[in-house]
Design a binder for this molecule. Sequence first.
Ligand code: HEC
Ligand SMILES: [Cu+2]
Length: 263
Amino acid sequence: MKNHVPSVLVVLAVVFAAVPGSAGPEKIAFPANYKDHVLYATVDRYDNKQYRELYGTAEGVKAAREGKPIPSGTVLTLVQYKAQVDDAGNPVKDVNGRFIKGDVVGITVMEKRTGWGTEYPDEIRNGEWEYSAFGADQKFNDKANYKACFQCHKPHAKQDFVISAARLAGKAPGGPVAMKTSPNDVGISGFAFGPGKVTVAAGQYVTWTNGDDSPHQVTITQSQERSAVLLKGQSHTRAFAAPGVYDYSCGLHPNMKGSVEVK
Ligand code: HEC
Ligand SMILES: [Cu+2]
């Protein structure tokens, strides 16, 4: 068929057109009282120099901590702040080595309700979740890329699409992680892979270890094969049988990149 538009795009165009009552970001009302919700995590984003606060409604947090499914009515709110920076543009840190928040940049929200999401095709649908974004003025942001919300959270279906699921369940990141330094090891710290490029012989393996409080995920660019979401201290090992250059990025922070050359 000529000029065939994939049906996903047609459906998305329809569902993202904000028809009242249909699927889309406008189903979510701004959670004006989010500060009364549970602040379950803060995140220092080295990649985009932001400080973030993650809030969840009490029942949702309680269920996650008890290992139960996240209930209908749960609202998760992510508040993005600019990190305060020094003259050189580097984030300033407090006594605990954490970023210091500046102005609010925007607020993103996900909300889960029984029966939501049925309009979306399977390739896009994130269970019963909808996503919405608001400006610093708390007004609905109609310019946000809503399709990207579904795409980036989709690979986390096993944890009900909540990327910060470990923190929501109350699993605090542990203390400092010892980084291994063999030629087959890549450390992850400060939102960077180090070394960014490693060379191994065919049949060898590479091990990535996350030293950051923030989770990361090794994603091979060409095959889109993803490791588990690596929490602080966790590692991922992958064997490389065939020679070639394997570029990879972080599945959570796509601007974190590295490569493995297999000789
Ligand atoms: C490039 C990938 C990416 C895209 C696109 C994305 N997110 Fe996320 N989202 C993340 C990551 C990573 C986290 C974990 C917290 C952090 O590191 O800031 C997160 C966390 C969240 C959370 C807190 C709950 C959770 O899942 O951990 C909300 C709410 C959220 N995102 C909403 C949105 C909305 C709304 C959009 C679209 C406007 C969106 N996200 C687009 C990567 C993404
Ligand atoms: Cu990452």
